[in-house]
Design a protein around this ligand. Sequence first.
Ligand SMILES: [Zn+2]
Ligand SMILES: [Zn+2]
Length: 106
Amino acid sequence: MTSRAEARDPELSKPCRWDNCHAQPGERCTNRRNLPRETSHPGRREDWVIALVACPDCKAPIDTRCIADDGRPRANIHKPRDQAADDAYAKVLEDASRDVPPGGRR
Ligand SMILES: [Zn+2]
Ligand SMILES: [Zn+2]
């Protein structure tokens, strides 16, 4: 089951690898004073995106970091991949809320 917090911030299903944070799956990221952050650390969101969708831009497959023009892994992900993850996740939520058996749609 996905909790309500995860539905809004799906990257919470991943642990955070940010230094001084290291939030566990299901926990919010925290700042230096150990207070919950409004948003997750950028790397956490990227880990989630990378595990969910391939990149439409550089064609990096799922679980593989985006690739730069020189063939080396990029420090961050391509914008279209971020968008593709949002779209894919919106569809997952939509399907889950509709509760239609496979093939049940016209
Ligand atoms: Zn974090
Ligand atoms: Zn990419």
